[in-house]
Design a binder for this molecule. Structure first.
Ligand SMILES: Cc1cc2nc3c(=O)[nH]c(=O)nc-3n(C[C@H](O)[C@H](O)[C@H](O)COP(=O)(O)OP(=O)(O)OC[C@H]3O[C@@H](n4cnc5c(N)ncnc54)[C@H](O)[C@@H]3O)c2cc1C
Ligand SMILES: NC(=O)c1ccc[n+]([C@@H]2O[C@H](COP(=O)([O-])OP(=O)(O)OC[C@H]3O[C@@H](n4cnc5c(N)ncnc54)[C@H](O)[C@@H]3O)[C@@H](O)[C@H]2O)c1
Length: 473
């Protein structure tokens, strides 16, 4: 007899597991199917090992400034590459154990299947030769690194983030091709660990669409690695070394990190059996506020849908899909303010609208640099820049681009302000403590305000209150 459950979840990553917890709490019956290793992209090969590597790199890099602070002897610190990588894996393994343990705790062995799932029909999934009937299907199959054919021919010299953290030693030299989030984070971290890094980017660096902010980012990163933008490089092997030619320059490196983006894992998933037309990337049309595919009882969430390839959005999508299944009818959830943070130094962040999405005529742009910020000067972190975008007429905050220390915190503050539809003068009613780097954010908001029709607040940042008449005695 065929097994029948309320929901089949395909993929035990952050998206699928978030859906699982929500469905389990509501008492739905389920099966979770996962192919390959458990533990999620984020924990195994993504957010966590990459941040662990960045932490080692930042600690090592700090030694360069010790002398300036009157602290001697730091130049004696050396990088023990194998030990650095071993610690990255140890932290990663601990986190993977926690993540996997948590979801196995809420199910028995029959509810988890290790194997490659295929959709046979909108209400049926096949895995390891077994067909399972499902009231609903959640596709949460994640994504994989893009590897163009020429890169595949590099053999062991090719790294992606699937293999980088498994290395037992650091390469002497590395070409990082693709300067998005991964390329910038890993390129800078490895450069700070003593690897000779050459970065090759497309049109944008770290996804920054504001030319002023992008120029600053290129200048700052360019101090630690060579950067070539706009060159579609094709690496090849020569005498066991990788050669990359860009314009009239020729680079010879030991390894190449392909960080050219990620592609949804939708091959051999049986999407054609849904009876629905797929887009040019092979993805079925889905509603971003319900994650439902057409009118089918099928949902596509997380990196698998190629929409917002970041952790908190993947988890949101898991919950939205699960809640739609639980309610049993279409229930749209407006999505959060868009935000991305690249964990480099300085941190690069984009919040809300990017500059290229805004109308130049109606948008006010405010800027501030950390050069004159007291705390930044104390910390030796004055290389920062903030750009704020607002509607010229209403003063409503629309977006921001940051390349500044502590940018992750300011990005959250700005996302909240944009989510609350705040205007610049409303933003400036908030307190900014002293001395904090956030005072640069206040400066940028004030600068932006002067370019709008609202003009300068008087006194700056405070709203006149309602004067209460003394009660008649
Ligand atoms: C190097 C790196 C750094 C990152 N850093 C950050 C960061 O700092 N902050 C941030 O927000 N995001 C970051 N991300 C992105 C984040 O990790 C992903 O957006 C998120 O993990 C996606 O989760 P998911 O559940 O969609 O996919 P996954 O975690 O990939 O889960 C999908 C699962 O489905 C399985 N699967 C695939 N096909 C099938 C099938 N047919 N049958 C059964 N199972 C299948 C896969 O094996 C996998 O286990 C980073 C990513 C990378 C690569
Ligand atoms: N801090 C974070 O939130 C974080 C960190 C790492 C990864 N991630 C996520 O992982 C996903 C994958 O990261 P990624 O950096 O691989 O992708 P990405 O899409 O962020 O960047 C890929 C970059 O490669 C460039 N590119 C593409 N083809 C090229 C070519 N032939 N030559 C030169 N450049 C080329 C693109 O222009 C783009 O800038 C992203 O979607 C990101 O959201 C997030």
């Amino acid at each position: 007899m065929r097994r029948k459950v309320d929901v089949v979840i395909i993929g035990a990553g952050s998206a699928g597991v978030t859906a699982l917890f929500t469905l389990a709490r509501a008492g739905k019956s389920f099966v979770l199917i996962n192919s390959g290793e458990e533990g999620s992209t984020c924990t195994r090969v993504g957010c966590m090992p990459s941040k662990a590597l960045i932490e080692a790199a930042s600690l090592h890099h700090a030694r360069e400034r010790f002398d300036e602070f009157g602290l001697r002897g730091a130049q004696g610190v050396i990088v023990d590459g194998p030990a650095v990588l071993a610690r990255v894996r140890a932290v990663r393994d601990q986190l993977v154990k926690g993540v996997v343990g948590r979801y196995h705790q809420i199910m028995d062995d029959t509810q988890f299947i290790s194997g490659h799932a295929r959709i046979v029909a909108p209400d049926c999934v096949e895995v390891n030769g077994e067909r399972i009937e499902a009231g609903a299907i959640i596709i949460a199959t994640g994504s994989s690194p893009v590897i163009p054919p020429a890169f595949s021919e590099l053999g062991d010299a090719l790294l992606t983030t699937d293999t980088l953290f498994e290395q037992t030693s650091l390469p002497r030299s590395l070409a990082v091709v693709g300067l998005g989030a991964i390329g910038c984070e890993m390129g800078q971290a490895l450069a700070r660990l003593g690897v000779e890094v050459h970065g090759f980017g497309g049109r944008f660096i770290a996804g920054v669409k504001d030319p002023v902010a992008a120029e600053k980012v290129i200048e700052l990163f360019g101090r630690e690695m060579s950067i070539t933008m706009g060159a579609r490089v094709v690496p090849h092997l020569e005498n066991g070394q990788v050669v990359i030619e860009a314009g009239d320059r020729r680079y010879t490196v030991e390894r190449v990190l392909a960080s050219l983006g990620r592609r949804p894992n939708i091959g051999d998933l049986g999407l054609e059996n849904l009876g629905i037309e797929l887009d040019e990337h092979g993805i079925p049309p889905f509603d971003r506020e319900t994650l439902q595919i057409g009118d089918l009882p099928v949902y596509i969430i997380g990196d698998a849908n190629g929409y917002r390839l970041i952790l908190h959005e993947s988890a949101d999508e898991g919950q939205i899909a699960a809640l739609n299944i639980i309610y049993g009818k279409r229930r749209p959830f407006p999505r959060r303010v868009r935000m991305s943070v690249t964990f480099t130094a300085p941190q690069i962040a984009s919040v809300g609208a990017q500059l290229n999405e805004l109308d130049a005529e109606t948008t006010a742009i405010g800027s501030a640099s950390a050069q004159m910020n007291g705390r930044a000067l104390i910390n030796g972190d004055t290389d920062g820049l903030i750009r704020i975008y607002a509607d010229k007429q209403s003063g409503r905050l629309l977006g921001a681009s940051l390349a500044i220390a502590d940018g992750e915190h300011m990005a959250h503050w700005l996302a909240m302000a944009i989510g609350q539809a705040m205007t610049l003068d409303e933003c400036l009613t908030q307190p900014f403590y002293h001395p904090v780097i956030e005072e640069t954010l206040r400066d940028a908001l004030q600068d932006c305000l002067t370019q709008t029709e609202l003009g300068l607040p008087n006194p700056p940042g405070l709203m006149p209150g309602v004067t209460m008449l003394p009660a008649a005695r």
